[in-house]
Design a protein around this ligand. Sequence first.
Ligand code: BES
Ligand code: MN
Ligand code: ZN
Length: 503
Amino acid sequence: MKVIIEQGEIQSASVDAIVVNLFQGVTQPGGATGAVDQALNGAISDLITTGDFTGKSGEVATLYSRGAITAQRVLVVGLGESDKFDQEAVREASGVVAKCAEKLNIKALATIVHGGGIGGMDVVEAAQAVVEGSLLATYKYDAPKSKPDESKPVEELHLVEFDASKIEPIEAGAQAGEAIAEGVYLARTLANQPSNVATPTAMAEAAQAMCESVGLNCHILDEDEMHAEKMGLLSAVTKGSSEPAKFIVMEHKPKNAKNDGPVVLVGKGVTFDTGGYSLKPVAGIVGMKGDMSGAAAVIGAMNAVGRLKLPVHVVGLVPAVENMVSATAFKPNDVFIGKNGVSVEIISTDAEGRLVLADALCYADSLNPSVVIDVATLTGAKMIALGKHLSGLFVDDDELHDALVAAGKKTGEPFWRMPLDPIYDRQLKTQVADLKNTGGQPGGAVTAARFLAHFVGDWPWAHIDIAGNHLYSEGPEFTPRSYLTPGSTGNPMRAFVEYLRNL
Ligand code: BES
Ligand code: MN
Ligand code: ZN
């Protein structure tokens, strides 16, 4: 989808369809929507007076201009209630339109910038949300099917604004939207790929290619280097796999960086989680190609950070590894020692995520970070506790908590605070090591977070458990969102970028 910014009247755009909007409960369309209504001899007013269109979020109506304007069709989209209007509402409306336009096989679409006029939103943010919503809604995973999908997204998206003074901010917002969507596309694709494609090696190659394309430094540690770094827990997990583990380091270090130490993002990169000798049951193993969704979010965030040239020093870390069963695999009751010297008795080889993250957190410490945030599909217990609407957020630092919650609210990737009380450490006690790697069923998401806490240094740290909400499909357990597509979401990649932009 090509994004084009144009100054002019929306009703004069020479495209296949134009897009205007209505808030819920509006009886007299104003602004650009009013102008189009006039050009159409009151066709939009008719939609309202008949009650055929109420302006609710998710609503879209198609009108035919019959020569009254250049475009053959007019799409009217609902923005929902005006007092609840925000960037998320703009993304939602734009996603609804983009999906509708794709169904109608529209090639060139012109839209006003929802929120940029009557909505009273910051026009940069409005334009960003329009572009984000449109691009994210029409993401496709390029599956190797012998008969490829016929449906093709809109080719040209024109953002049309009459007020010349708003063109520059619209361009800035659109560029940000494109940069962020590019990151989400990469994240979704990595997590949608099967594990025989997205191996640790392939993940490292994808990260390297991304870094080259946006101008980041990239360094990949191989297994020998991991041993040299004394990453005994990561090494334990990879023992059973014939796919070599990769430790991916991506760095964005601009000269104008505002922060002293880097913000370090750490993503769980288990490319497939069989459970190991603590083997998963038949139903539970399906879907475990997505156990690198945290890694995908971090790689996608680094992509966006590089494109946006954010004035922040950011490092992305991804321990990429496969959790398999074999004669060389690690076993329950084995004891291994992490990079910081903490010893761990393995109770379940299926609690592998916390092991690879532990060594990655120790590596983060060697970078003298200002903040570390890890993200992982870490526990089924998180799904029991919170379901799939929210990410579990474990953090002691209130300032970091507030910043992440605000960012997640803005991007529609909400976080919910979970406990991190050291009392839970009692469940991780063992006679044969400093820690055991599982704490039993009660509070399973919390004991996983507490396990990680033993590998955290003297810096603000947040752990985000995205189990369940790394995926999306239609159904009651998911918050409906027009701009998500079945499969991987990229969650919470956009929240990371928002957090970093606010620093
Ligand atoms: N990758 C899983 C967690 C998971 C489950 C993510 C379902 C997404 C959907 C993780 O490695 C795991 O297996 N966790 C165990 C921990 C337990 C053994 C303490 C779990 O949740 O059962
Ligand atoms: Mn597991
Ligand atoms: Zn796992």
